[in-house]
Design a protein around this ligand. Structure first.
Ligand SMILES: Cc1cc2nc3c(=O)[nH]c(=O)nc-3n(C[C@H](O)[C@H](O)[C@H](O)COP(=O)(O)OP(=O)(O)OC[C@H]3O[C@@H](n4cnc5c(N)ncnc54)[C@H](O)[C@@H]3O)c2cc1C
Length: 457
């Protein structure tokens, strides 16, 4: 699972893990947008169960049709101001606020000897020595190593799939050693691409042959198109007077979640689909004093006390798939390894901008109704990609003419290649997507094994 180093700082995934609902898999067909998903919720639900049991997801059962419950480990706790908002939202708007559903082990999970429980240190960014949050270092790599079948080769850039025109199969991959530049070929009966959405899309675009002159498996012309993300950078925050005597032990590595409530049932806004919010309440720290520039004993006294309670919430909105939001291979501009680069051409559409108005004003309205003061809203759309939930560039579908992958994440035109990162997504919903990638990956692996056993691969 992804982690980055940016400007000397590590950035890690937020561990927020939510299921999609039946409605999300039906939305494209219902709205006549892009193409229909070839899969429905009931087909993927057992694979959500499977990956949740492996990864460990803590959360609260809510019985919501738009956000099915996971196989939960015990939930973390909401704090006092979050509870105020939760009660008010339910009473005044019939909307739900729940504790974030996070990939943290909050009680022991049986068959995972490498993983301890969360210590509520909120130092996840340093890499958890207890293995309490789900990451490849703590979970999947140790599990793979235990099988005795894993060979891990670091510094290996896969830059091309090898396609055999005679056999009509991919036979392996070309790899470049990032440090030495050495070029190596690896051969395999079945190949899984899961180099992240843009990583796998790059490999496919860079794999041309007589059979696939426009990129691997790209008979439909959809490879690189339909980029989706979640738009964010919009919400509100406010201050709550009271609860000055409330202190909490530990540092909760999690916030709250407000599941989608717009355009459910009969409601029709001036946009399609919806959004959820993530947020948190906390007391302001000593750093609030710096702006005051005060000095002396009164300052010292003041900074030893926690400040007033504040609560902020930011929306995550669904972006619709659009054919012209796309990425192309740039063979003119090379990276430091001499490999082509990707060029992006994307924009938000009217649907996104209309949705954002609700995302800001609803947040302010709910805070106001719950008694928060000094409420301010913000809306900074940025661009596609800032949500870091890039999806859709090798979408799955029933028809090879309009999609790259079939319902098993198999390349329509080359059945021994599977693509299981976010590039397979046919629509984006508004929930954080990684749990869904994991569920589809596990399902695709199970299918590949059964096809190998039947000699179909
Ligand atoms: C700051 C941040 C916070 C996030 N928070 C959340 C969250 O709370 N919830 C959520 O659901 N999602 C979250 N995400 C998104 C989540 O991290 C991704 O959806 C997830 O990591 C995708 O998994 P993946 O295995 O497809 O890709 P990655 O995790 O990116 O793994 C791909 C791997 O492939 C390797 N690779 C790439 N190209 C090649 C190549 N050519 N050859 C060989 N190897 C290659 C990469 O080095 C990497 O190790 C967050 C992302 C970021 C950046």
């Amino acid at each position: 699972m992804r982690g980055y180093h940016v400007g000397g700082r590590s950035i890690m995934w937020g561990r927020q893990s939510y299921r999609w609902s039946p409605m999300d898999f039906e939305a494209n067909a219902k709205d006549g947008i892009a193409i229909d998903w070839p899969v429905r919720y009931n087909e993927i639900a057992p694979w959500y169960d499977y990956v949740e049991t492996f990864a460990g997801i803590s959360g609260q059962v809510e019985n919501l049709p738009q956000l099915p419950d996971s196989k939960f480990l015990p939930p973390m706790e909401l704090n006092c101001v979050e509870k105020v908002l939760k009660d008010s939202m339910f009473e005044k708007f019939k909307r739900t606020l729940t504790i974030g559903r996070v990939a943290h082990v909050t009680s022991p999970i049986g068959d995972s000897p490498d993983r301890g429980t969360c210590q509520y240190r909120n130092l996840c960014i340093r890499g958890c020595p207890y293995g309490a949050y789900f990451s490849s270092n703590a979970s999947t790599l140790p599990a793979a190593e235990r099988t005795g079948n894993m060979t891990l080769r670091p510094n290996s850039i896969v830059y091309e799939l090898i396609y055999d025109d005679q056999k009509k199969k991919a036979t392996g991959v070309k790899v470049m050693d990032a440090e030495t530049g050495e070029q190596i070929e690896y051969y395999a009966r079945v190949i899984f691409l899961c180099a992240s959405t843009m990583g796998s899309t790059f490999i496919m675009m860079n794999s041309t042959s007589d059979r696939f002159p426009n990129g691997f498996g790209n008979d439909s012309g959809e490879l690189g198109c339909n980029i989706m993300d979640h738009h964010l950078g919009v919400g509100a925050s406010g201050q709550y007077d009271g609860f000055e005597d409330n202190y909490y032990y530990g540092r909760r590595p999690n916030g709250f979640y407000i599941p989608r409530y717009r355009n459910l049932g009969k409601e029709k806004r001036d946009y399609l689909r919806g959004f959820g919010y993530q947020g948190g309440g906390s007391r302001q720290s000593w750093s609030r004093m710096i702006a005051e520039m005060s000095i002396g004993a009164s300052l010292k006294e003041e900074v030893t006390q926690p400040g007033p309670w504040r609560l902020g919430m930011g929306g995550f909105g669904e972006v619709l798939p659009a054919h012209d939001n796309r990425v192309t291979l740039n063979t003119e501009k090379k990276d430091k390894h001499g490999l082509p680069t990707l060029t992006f051409d994307t924009e938000f559409k009217a649907n996104d901008y209309n949705m954002r108005k609700d995302m800001a004003s609803d947040a302010a309205e709910m805070l106001d109704a719950a008694g928060f003061k000094n409420i301010s809203t913000y809306d900074d759309p940025g661009g596609l990609g800032l949500g870091i939930h890039e999806m859709g560039t090798a979408r799955m579908g029933k028809d090879p003419k309009t999609s790259v992958l079939n319902k098993w994440n198999q390349v329509h035109a080359c059945k021994n290649v599977f693509v299981t990162d976010g590039s397979f997504m046919t629509s984006a919903a508004c929930q954080n997507p990684s749990l869904t990638y994991m569920a589809f990956t596990a399902r695709a692996v199970d299918y590949a094994v059964s096809e190998i056993k039947k000699q179909n691969l």
